[in-house]
Design a protein around this ligand. Structure first.
Ligand SMILES: Nc1ncnc2c1ncn2[C@@H]1O[C@H](COP(=O)(O)OP(=O)(O)OP(=O)(O)O)[C@@H](O)[C@H]1O
Ligand SMILES: [Mg+2]
Length: 576
């Protein structure tokens, strides 16, 4: 028998197609190569194909990558498609080192790779390609030994790629005959795939993006996504800015400025392994993101990618993320909801590859025992610190809200007595009392209040003819009045100047020990109160004037208001 080749090329490649790359990880291999070639711009185009049948959605049939890096000389280009070929084989100062990334990643999703490259801006583009179908056919015909890659030839780039072709040096890689991204059987539809790729790649290459390299997918420049919330101007910053400026944010009443978008650093420490050092960083997400208890899964949280961070650790190798997953064995204890606000990153250099279990697909993480123990010990401590800080923070938010509870209680109770002689209210509303008091309880106690607390609160106020509470609500009104079954619920807006500059300072002084009040403080508060009371009247008068016939409209209101005020003032006295 004759000697035979150790590899049956076509079939071996067919088998190697299942290397276990996710789409983003596979695309990451090409991006790695571009970044290492010094590219400032990596442009990616995911091309949509019509659905295979009417019941399916469109899918991706081709992915095109271009970079404006150094390009490949003809020798390197010729070997680009050769498995095992690398110009940085097993080096420890580069991202690539195995000589397989470019090909395995491509074959994982498609069956054909076309490559154009040039190292001289004025020279023609040089071209090589590999087609798995052609190779398999040759093998079938018994011509397997001739499967290979032809020498590069000068060949113009089809105009189809004009939009992303670099002007000077660089490389264009086209994956086509993509057969593993069909909707339904293997993947989601085109748009979900594109969004998923954007999301993953913006995190995987966050350091490069943050440093100013440009990666675009279908014309859109990616913003870095930092699961530690330490980088400025990231995807999350943009989401937070929107949320606090124009979105839901203000309704929560948390005043958050951009300076608060940065995480709190809990730990940053070296982890010694063998002769080398990895670094562990633990952060607690910024207040703007942790907000108050119970919001970790709402729309904003999802936009900030918070739920998926629960228990996740980001492993960074040479500033490029190789894994972002739940590592249960390493967390030190059971992962819990609030852990999603804790950012954890471990960064290392390729010298430590064997300890981190880095594989040729540069994906996944199987730590060496020693490393795992060290990380677990450190994390146990830091995660606890982060959790405690979070609890304090959430406690403070709840306390801030609760500070006002019952502020007006003595007066309203005294007024309830005095009101027995007032005429019966005429207001008809269809607000249901249970709902109104439930809402009030939430406004006063916070959304995280338990049922028992809300029930206690409601029991205390529901029979009073008036309830006054200082609460935080949006809008310009300084008070809101609700009529519920003959009872009046008044909310005083703690965000309004009238509350902040008059009510609150006076209320503080009223609670202080006389010896503790400074004359300056008292005098300042009374002067501001005088101003505020006069301005209150002026603003009221002016507001009346916005009606065409104020007399008709408001006279009765003024009559009653004056009458009730006089009566109540005569009876309610010295209750504070
Ligand atoms: N965009 C590019 N610009 C310039 N050279 C490139 C580019 N892409 C690949 N190369 C060259 O082709 C070689 C093969 O790339 P490939 O990704 O297969 O292996 P690698 O990057 O060396 O190692 P790894 O398998 O770890 O990624 C690289 O070593 C590099 O010299
Ligand atoms: Mg590579």
């Amino acid at each position: 028998m004759t000697r035979i080749p150790v590899v049956l090329t076509g079939q071996a490649l067919q088998s190697l197609r299942d290397s276990g790359y996710s789409l983003a990880a596979a695309m990451g291999e090409v991006i790695d190569n571009s970044l290492e070639a010094g590219a400032n711009n990596v442009l990616i185009r995911m091309d949509e194909a019509p659905a295979a049948s009417r019941s399916k959605k469109s899918h991706i049939h081709r992915i095109v990558f271009s970079d404006d890096g150094s390009g490949m000389d003809t020798h390197t280009l010729h070997h680009y498609l050769q498995i095992g070929y690398s110009t940085r084989y097993m080096r420890t100062d580069t991202i690539g080192k195995y000589g397989v990334g470019a090909k395995l990643a491509a074959l994982n999703f498609g069956k054909r790779i076309d490559v154009w490259s040039r190292t001289d801006a004025d020279a023609p583009w040089q071209y090589v390609y590999f087609d798995l179908d052609e190779a398999l056919a040759e093998e079938q015909e018994g011509k397997g030994s001739s499967i290979g890659v032809d020498a590069p030839e000068a060949k113009p780039v089809p105009s189809d790629f004009d939009d992303i072709l670099p002007k000077g040096t660089g490389t264009l890689v086209v994956w086509s005959k993509v057969d593993r991204l069909e909707e339904g059987r293997r993947a989601k539809d085109f748009n979900s795939l594109r969004l998923e790729a954007e999301k993953e790649i913006s995190r995987i290459f966050r350091v490069f993006l943050n440093d100013g390299r440009n990666i675009e997918i279908n014309g859109k420049s990616l913003l870095a996504h930092d699961p530690l919330f330490l980088m400025p101007d990231t995807w999350a910053d943009q989401q937070l800015r929107e949320y606090y400026r124009t979105g839901e944010g203000p309704r929560l009443g948390l005043k958050i400025t951009e300076a608060n978008y940065e995480a709190e650093e809990i730990a940053r420490e070296p982890v010694k392994i063998g002769d080398h050092t990895a670094y562990l960083t633990v952060t607690l997400y910024p207040k703007a993101a942790t907000r108050k208890r119970g919001l970790g899964g709402d729309e904003l949280a999802k936009k900030l990618r918070i739920p998926e961070n629960e228990g996740s650790i980001s492993f960074m190798r040479m500033d490029r993320e190789i894994s972002y997953t739940n590592v249960p064995m390493i967390f030190g204890r059971r992962v819990d909801d609030p852990d999603r606000f804790i950012g954890i990153e471990v960064s290392f250099t390729p010298e430590l590859d064997s300890y981190f279990g880095v594989r040729n697909v540069k994906r996944g993480f199987e730590p060496h025992d020693e490393l795992r123990d060290k990380l677990r010990t450190a994390l146990k401590r830091h995660v606890k610190t982060a959790r405690d800080r979070l609890e304090e923070r959430w406690g403070d938010v709840a306390k801030e809200r609760r500070d006002h509870v019952g502020d007006h209680r003595e007066i309203t109770q005294a007024a309830a007595e005095a009101a027995r002689t007032l005429p019966t209210p005429q207001a008809k509303t269809d607000i249901k009392p249970e709902e109104a008091y439930e809402e009030l309880a939430i406004d006063v106690l916070g959304t995280d209040a338990d049922e028992q607390a809300k029930a206690n609160y409601t029991a205390q106020v529901k029979d009073l003819p008036f309830v006054v509470e200082s609460v935080n609500f949006p809008g310009k009104q300084f008070m809101d009045v609700q009529h519920v079954g003959g009872k009046v619920i008044i909310r005083l807006n703690t965000r309004h100047r009238f509350y902040k500059e008059m009510w609150e300072p006076l209320s503080e002084i009223s609670k202080m020990n006389t010896t503790a009040i400074s004359p300056e403080q008292a005098s300042k508060a009374t002067r501001r109160a005088m101003e505020a009371l006069t301005l209150l009247l002026i603003a009221y008068g002016r507001a009346e004037s916005m009606h065409e016939d104020p007399h008709e409209q408001y006279e009765q209101l003024r009559d009653y208001w004056g009458m009730f005020l006089d009566s109540l003032m005569s009876k309610v006295k010295d209750v504070l």
